[in-house]
Design a protein around this ligand. Structure first.
Ligand code: HEM
Length: 311
């Protein structure tokens, strides 16, 4: 008898939270807009890493902005939906490397088993349409890190005026490896050049269901959206394998480059050629940390990708 893998269970639970499965859509971040642009690294970037996209010459980038819900009909102004920004850097040798980020401050779970348990605790009760407060309360009671992540993260999920006026964080630690082979550990942040700007209550109430998708089209119709890629260097003792822990206090931040998001890509993917962003798609000069969530992500993503392409 075929057994269900942990990764299938995770995707099933994400579907259950989001009233899915929704045929042909990602299990989360179901609704999105794909754009292309250019990333230009700073001179400081090449001192930290020998990675090909950090050596000075601009590279092309593919960017997918998304509503983080797994339901493609979730309004962009939903206060808990959140957003995503996935960036693929196209390298001179034809390969690519990705950064997949969200506005959260820290992640909710330390490993895939906890993530599954928490997701199951969030599945709405068919009678009330809301998660069972007892189940969710029991999970949060046993996992204080999840409560802290929610407390810090929920305000950051509030709807912004644009995908281009939100910041996004990679949450995991990555090691940038320089030409001498020395590794510099840190975490990525995309800072919007226009700053982060949230909708007012009035704007939120008046917002169209897909206003973020529409706004980025309009914005790129007459201009460019710019982000700075920052790398917050770990201090001695900072945990490198725990995405639920904030590195609190002052840290050295290095600007790695500027991303110019220039135009919309129409029809960016087909079931035969899906567009896949993978936080473990790294390249020489970038190392993963021993973060269990980072290692888990591609396994769960593969289930979602196979299912969305099978339809
Ligand atoms: C165990 C933890 C996680 C699980 C199980 C999970 C699951 C998923 C799945 C199934 C997808 C859809 C993949 C596809 O069909 O292409 C996805 C997409 C995404 N995830 Fe996660 N995720 C996790 C953690 C994270 C974290 C920590 C971040 C941010 C730092 C993140 C950001 C995103 C973004 C931005 C997308 C959309 C990518 C795109 O536009 O194609 N996820 N996630």
């Amino acid at each position: 008898m075929a057994t269900t893998t942990l990764w299938e269970e995770i995707v099933d639970a994400l579907n259950a939270v989001n009233g899915g499965p929704h045929s042909g859509h990602r299990a989360v971040h179901a609704k999105g807009t794909v754009c292309k642009g250019t990333f230009t690294p700073t001179p400081e970037a090449s001192k930290l890493s020998r990675a090909a996209h950090l050596q000075g010459d601009p590279v092309e980038a593919t960017v997918r902005f998304s509503n983080a819900s797994g339901h493609p009909g979730t309004p962009d102004a939903d206060p808990l939906a959140g957003r995503g920004m996935a960036v693929k850097f196209h390298l001179p040798d034809g390969e690519a490397t990705d950064i997949v980020a969200v506005p959260l401050v820290v992640f909710f779970a330390r490993n895939a088993e906890d993530f599954l348990e928490m997701t199951r605790a969030r599945v709405p009760d068919p009678e009330t349409g809301q998660p069972d407060p007892e189940k969710l309360g029991a999970y949060l009671g046993a996992h204080p890190e999840a409560g802290v992540a929610l407390q810090k993260g929920i305000p950051k999920l509030a709807p912004t005026t644009s995908f281009a006026t939100s910041d996004y964080r990679g949450l995991h630690a990555f090691g940038l490896v320089d030409a001498e082979g020395e590794t510099h550990w840190g975490r990525y942040t995309w800072e919007p050049e226009d700053g982060t700007e949230y909708l007012t209550d009035e704007q939120r109430e008046a917002a169209d269901r897909d206003y973020l998708q529409e706004e980025i089209r309009e914005r790129l119709g007459s201009g460019i959206a710019r982000f700075t890629l920052e790398f917050t260097l770990a201090a001695d003792g900072d945990p490198l394998d725990d995405p639920t822990e904030e590195w609190e206090g002052e840290r050295e931040v290095v600007e790695l480059g500027e991303l110019e998001v220039i135009e919309i890509v129409e029809n960016p993917e087909t079931p035969e050629e899906p567009l896949v962003f993978d936080p473990m798609r790294l390249t020489d000069g970038i190392e993963p940390s021993d973060d269990e969530i980072l290692a888990a992500r591609p396994k769960a993503y593969n289930v979602s990708i196979e299912r969305r392409c099978a339809t």
